[in-house]
Design a binder for this molecule. Structure first.
Ligand SMILES: O=C(O)CCC(=O)C(=O)O
Ligand SMILES: [Fe+2]
Length: 254
C-alpha cells in the first residue's frame, strides 16, 4: 500500500486492513514468549517483571503485558513487528509532518470465552482509545492477532468513519468537560454514552461496523479516534491473543 493511500485511509476512513503484512514467524515467536511468561508467572524475578512499572502485576493479571515487561523478559521488542514489516517507515512517509514514537501504551491482550478468566481480558465494548490515553494528538494502533481470529476466536470491530466525523459524532471537546459523563482519563472530552450499541444502532452507525477475519500476519491499523470493540459471538470457542502496537504522532493536529 502506498503511504498516501495509508494516510487517506486512516484520516478519511479511520481504519485500514493490511493483509499479510507482518511476519507470522515473528508473531509466533512473540506468542511463544508470552505463553512462557504466563506459564512461569509468578516465579519470575522482579527484574523480568519490570516492577518499577507500578502496574505490571495488574497488566499480567489482565493479560496486558506491556512493551516494557515484554522486552525485559523476552529480550526483543513488540515493535520489531512494525520495523521488520516496513510499517514504521510507511508511517514516516505517510505522515511527514510528525516523527513517529513508540507509545507507553503498547501491550498484549488475551480474550477468551467467559468461563476462562485467568490471565484473560474481558470483552471490551465500543470506545475510542483517546478517551483513555492521549486525546491531544493522533495515534495509530496497529492491531495484530497472534492467532487467526474473527471466526472461531474473538476478533475486533471498528466503525470505519474518518477522524472529523468521529470527533463530530462524539462531540469531542478538547477543553470542556461533559460533567454528566464519566470523569476518568479523557472520558469527559467525549459523549461516551453515544457509543452504547443501541445509540450507535439508532444513529445508523452500527450497520457499518466492520469485523474482519484475520489470518496471522494481517494487521488492522486504526486511529485513537476510531470507535472499536472486541468482536465476540457466543459461538466463538477459541481464545485469542493480540498485540496493540501503538505509534504516537507528536504534534499531529487533532
Ligand atoms: O482486542 C480487543 O478486543 C480490543 C482492542 C482494543 O480496544 C485496542 O486495541 O485498543
Ligand atoms: Fe481500544
Amino acid at each position: 500500500m502506498a503511504p498516501e493511500e495509508f494516510r487517506n485511509a486512516i484520516l478519511q476512513k479511520g481504519a485500514v486492513f493490511l493483509p499479510n503484512r507482518a511476519d507470522p514467524g515473528l508473531l509466533d515467536k512473540i506468542h511463544r514468549e508470552l505463553n512462557r511468561l504466563f506459564a512461569s508467572y509468578p516465579d519470575l524475578s522482579d527484574e523480568q517483571l519490570a516492577v518499577s512499572d507500578p502496574s505490571t502485576r495488574e497488566q499480567i493479571d489482565l493479560s496486558h503485558v506491556s512493551e516494557r515487561t515484554f522486552s525485559t523478559f523476552a529480550g526483543f521488542s513488540y515493535y520489531e513487528v512494525l520495523r521488520q514489516s516496513g510499517l514504521w517507515e510507511m508511517v514516516q512517509k505517510a505522515l511527514p509532518e510528525t516523527q513517529p514514537e513508540e507509545s507507553p501504551f503498547c501491550h498484549s491482550r488475551r480474550v477468551a470465552t467467559p468461563d476462562r478468566k485467568e490471565f484473560f481480558s474481558w470483552v471490551i465494548d465500543y470506545h475510542v482509545d483517546a478517551q483513555f490515553h492521549w486525546a491531544h494528538q493522533l495515534n495509530i494502533n496497529f492491531w495484530t492477532p497472534l492467532v487467526a481470529c474473527g471466526k472461531a476466536a474473538p476478533g475486533i470491530s471498528v466503525i470505519p468513519i474518518g477522524l472529523e466525523r468521529s470527533k463530530g459524532y462524539l462531540e469531542f471537546n478538547p477543553t470542556g468537560r461533559y460533567e454528566f459523563e464519566h470523569q476518568e482519563f479523557n472520558q469527559s472530552k467525549f459523549r461516551v454514552s453515544k457509543m452504547r450499541t443501541e445509540i450507535l444502532s439508532e444513529q445508523g452507525l452500527l450497520a457499518s461496523a466492520w469485523s474482519p477475519e484475520f489470518e496471522m500476519g494481517d494487521v488492522l491499523a486504526f486511529s485513537n479516534f476510531t470507535m472499536h470493540c472486541t468482536y465476540y459471538r457466543p459461538e466463538m470457542t477459541e481464545p485469542r491473543t493480540s498485540v496493540e502496537l501503538r505509534v504516537e504522532l507528536p504534534g499531529f493536529p487533532i
